[in-house]
Design a protein around this ligand. Structure first.
Ligand SMILES: Nc1nc2c(ncn2[C@@H]2O[C@H](COP(=O)(O)OP(=O)(O)OP(=O)(O)O)[C@@H](O)[C@H]2O)c(=O)[nH]1
Length: 389
């Protein structure tokens, strides 16, 4: 194995706090406070640092080194804006920036490249992300009552936001949970418009003319709402995959909320832990070739987990769900969803134990065993493997 150490733009001696201080330092040439252009509210320099922290192996790229070391304030230095002007204005956790993808491709074609583990763990990266990320602005565009095949009804909420163009969702159990942004009056709208987009109290029925029911709306229930923050998984939820337990987790969350008569599943469109379905399928092939889920992502030049949960925090705030019981085994998700300014408070973690482990049905496969083992051993998930693996 070739030694690539001396080719690195070294973060080795820096702590995460050093990196944050450096990128936020208002006396440095490209900070957010001195008029330097910004990306998604952060200084461009900070965005570079975030790219590097998500994928530290970018530092192995000569192009990355050249560009990231270039200082716009240094005479003769490359103007960082040239590179950064090609960066997507969309938050990297949701849509990887062009520059990241291109640089990653270059690393891959570097004959001297040797795959190495990230120097910052997943939880460290997510802690930094949650400290830095501003909450996106979200608007609930519409909602509708959905009777479900289990006999329970829920209200499906569709959100837009100022960060990406995906339709993130909230699946809401309980008529008293209302979206602030949905119910806000919009200029020029009629009662019919309000009912059509779902900004009504009570139930719709043929001939109804007012968005507000004559009787008082239900008093808001206090207490801590059961919440699941779920990331899209086409394979596990729609294509019957036994490689992961995503479908089972979604069904189980819905069942528990139906039992309580109240709850919310925030459904984020960050397929494959944020890398997208096409890349996830490549990761599956690498897993069949012997890699675990973390290694497969890294081999494809993606972070082990490319997700952000700031969107979920913003949606929960919009729904007024600020004290929650969170269904998860992922400690990083708890830290991330609480938000930069503790906008949401997780009062309790409710574990998600596979149904087959509880002897309550479910399914088993050697692939899901490996998937769960990797979550526990490599990503710090809070599941007791016992003597299963
Ligand atoms: N990259 C990648 N993503 C996967 C793989 N298997 C499942 N996923 C994705 O992982 C995500 C599952 O996330 P969640 O179930 O919301 O959350 P979690 O972080 O695993 O933690 P829990 O809340 O404990 O379930 C979905 O986006 C899946 O598409 C895999 O092998 N590789």
């Amino acid at each position: 194995m070739k030694n690539t150490h001396n080719r690195r733009f070294s973060l080795d001696s820096l702590t995460i706090e050093d990196v944050i201080d450096w990128s936020l330092d208002s006396s440095s040439p490209c900070s957010s406070n001195d008029g330097c252009p910004t990306v998604n509210g952060h200084s461009k320099r900070l965005s570079l640092v975030m790219d590097l922290m998500r994928n530290p192996d970018l530092a192995l790229s000569p192009a990355y080194m050249q560009q990231s070391m270039a200082d716009p304030a240094t005479p003769g230095g490359t103007n960082g804006d040239n590179m950064l002007s090609s960066m997507s204005m969309v938050s990297p956790p949701f849509t990887p920036s062009e520059s990241t993808v291109n640089l990653a491709a270059e690393v891959q074609h570097d004959p001297e490249f040797v795959l190495s583990e990230p120097r910052l763990s997943v939880s460290e990266v997510q802690r930094v992300q949650s400290q830095l990320e501003e909450l996106p602005r979200v608007v609930c565009e519409s909602r509708a009552r959905i009777p479900t095949t289990s006999g329970t009804e829920m209200f499906l909420h569709v959100y837009s936001n100022n960060v990406d163009n995906k339709e993130h969702l909230a699946i809401v159990y309980g008529e008293d949970i209302h979206s602030k942004s949905l119910f806000e009056a919009r200029p020029g709208e009629t009662e019919q418009d309000r009912m059509t987009r779902g900004a009504y109290t009570g139930r719709l029925y043929p001939g109804r003319t007012s968005s507000v029911e004559p009787k008082q709306p239900l008093p808001a229930k206090s207490g801590e709402t059961l919440v699941r923050i779920h990331s899209e998984c086409y394979t596990g939820e729609t294509a019957w995959s036994a490689r992961c337990d995503c479908g089972e987790q979604l069904d189980e969350a819905a069942r528990l909320m139906a039992l309580e008569g109240r709850g919310c599943i925030v459904y984020l469109r960050q397929e494959g832990r944020g890398i997208g379905l096409g890349e996830k399928l490549k990761a599956y092939n690498l897993q069949d070739l012997g890699a675990d889920t973390v290694q497969a992502n890294l081999m494809l030049r993606h972070p082990a987990d490319a997700r952000s949960f700031a969107m979920a925090t913003a949606i929960l705030v919009d729904l007024g769900l600020v004290n929650i019981r969170l269904l998860t085994n992922n400690p990083d998700k708890i830290a991330a969803v609480e938000g930069k300014n503790n906008e949401v408070h997780v009062t309790q973690r409710v574990p998600m134990v596979p149904l087959s482990w509880q002897k309550k049905g479910g399914f088993s496969s050697k692939e899901v065993d490996k998937y769960l083992e990797t979550k526990v051993n490599r990503m710090g998930h809070l599941l007791d493997l016992g003597d299963r693996m």
